[in-house]
Design a binder for this molecule. Structure first.
Ligand code: DSN
Length: 415
């Protein structure tokens, strides 16, 4: 077999792949759900395990030739178990949404009731949005953050649960900047005899490092994605107590998926090993310190933050007070022109639409990976504010682009 590279075989794809590496190197990746994995994780994901079918679980496969697939999957499981302290771990979900799907499929019947946070208040599509299968198969009601503080209103959540009598309460969010009080949600679930699914997709790395309290041992099910703050191979994970292990495994495969993406499971194993190193705790702490510095800088520049700040890796800016005529989409586009990549995001009390929202969400996981500290993140906050103040001013965008280039040169990536 020839050892042809992508460039030998397919220059068009090779150009796009190189373009993507350059884009990541030369601009600031601030989408809060993204990160830069190590070259070791990229190697594992680009390995010959992509060829292997391994339906089943280690030691119990439906195909031959699985000895190395078994080794890799067991390493991923053992490392995740050590990182999170869960009784049972399934590392096969293709994504965080598939991980959630497995829990719903294992524990609910169509028509059962889900209580979850509204998407505009920081929730996730797979928690019951009408456009997602969860909103179509199940009866969904949603709680909200306190309109004054931007924090989860735990008393209101408990009252809502008492009135709705859900089968499952979903916690864990995709645009919520504050620490989550897992016990209070568990109490609300216990009061109505509901299950509790904690989706830690965004904060998996912060939880693994002990920088955010863990729901493992509190919630019945903990799901997550494995490529965000935890910076491992792309995909999802489900954790639960032993009593649910067989049901969850059956709901992942054969319930919801076919063969596991074994190359991604290898990436998870490598990333989890990296996350067990002491340096990962420093990384997680720095990610949070950087988000706080970014938030302070944005506030000092006159931008309003939902909940007035952050306890985790992201900030959510509500543009309506400071820039009523600028949408999150306008800001996202101008910032991308200036080399700062983040996303327009809905905000609590949204008055526009998900396609044209009123906020922007910005995260520090990827910047922290490439070496940014608090001073850098304060500078980034100033740059974001300059662009948001003048999204149509080409001179400002050009100046910011140059400052972004300097920051990127000072913090090289994939050298
Ligand atoms: N797409 C992810 C995010 O940006 O939050 C969630 O799945």
């Amino acid at each position: 077999m020839d050892h042809d590279t992508v460039r030998d075989v397919d220059p068009a794809v090779a150009d796009a792949l190189e373009g993507e590496v350059d884009r990541q190197r030369e601009s600031l990746q601030m989408i809060a759900s993204e990160n830069h994995v190590s070259e070791a994780v990229i190697d594992a994901q680009g390995s010959a395990l992509t060829n292997k079918y391994a339906e089943g679980y280690p030691g119990e496969r439906y195909y031959g030739g699985c000895e190395f697939a078994d080794e890799v999957e067991q390493l991923a499981i053992d490392r995740a178990t050590e990182l999170f302290g869960a009784e049972h771990v399934n590392v096969q979900p293709h994504s965080g949404t598939q991980a959630n799907q497995a829990v719903y499929f294992a524990m609910l019947e169509p028509g059962d009731k889900i209580l979850s946070l509204d998407l505009n208040h920081g929730g996730h599509l797979s928690h019951g949005h009408p456009a997602n299968f969860t909103g179509q198969l199940y009866e969904v009601e949603q709680y909200e953050v306190d309109p004054e503080t931007g924090y989860i209103d735990y008393d209101d959540l408990a009252e809502h649960a008492a009135a709705f009598d859900p089968d499952i309460i979903v916690s864990g969010y995709s645009a919520y900047p504050r620490e989550i009080e897992w016990e209070r949600i568990q109490d609300a679930a216990d009061d109505v005899d509901a299950l509790h699914l904690a989706d830690i997709a965004h904060i998996t790395g912060l939880v693994a490092a002990g920088v955010h309290p863990s729901p493992v041992g509190i919630a019945d099910f903990v799901t997550g994605s494995t490529h965000k703050t935890i910076r491992s191979g792309r995909g999802g994970i489900v954790m639960c107590d032993e009593e649910y292990a067989d049901d969850i495994d059956a709901a992942v495969f054969p319930g919801g998926q076919g063969g596991p993406l074994m190359h991604n499971v290898a990436g998870k194993a490598v990333g989890f090993k990296e996350a067990l190193e002491p340096a990962f705790e420093d990384y997680a702490e720095q990610t949070v310190a950087n988000a706080k510095a970014l938030g302070e800088s944005l506030s000092e520049n006159g931008l309003s933050l939902v909940s007035d700040g952050t306890d985790n890796h992201l900030v959510l800016v509500d543009l309506r007070d400071s820039h009523p005529d600028t949408t999150g989409g306008d800001a996202e586009e101008a910032l991308e022109d200036a080399g700062i990549v983040l996303n327009g995001n809905t905000v609590p009390g949204e008055t526009r639409s998900p396609f044209n929202p009123s906020g922007i969400r910005a995260g520090t996981p990827a910047l922290t990976t490439r070496g940014f500290d608090e001073d850098d993140c304060r500078t980034v906050g100033d740059l974001i504010a300059r662009v948001v103040d003048a999204p149509e001013d080409e001179a400002v965008i050009e100046e910011v682009r140059e400052e972004v280039a300097t920051l990127c040169d000072e913090n090289p990536l994939y050298e």
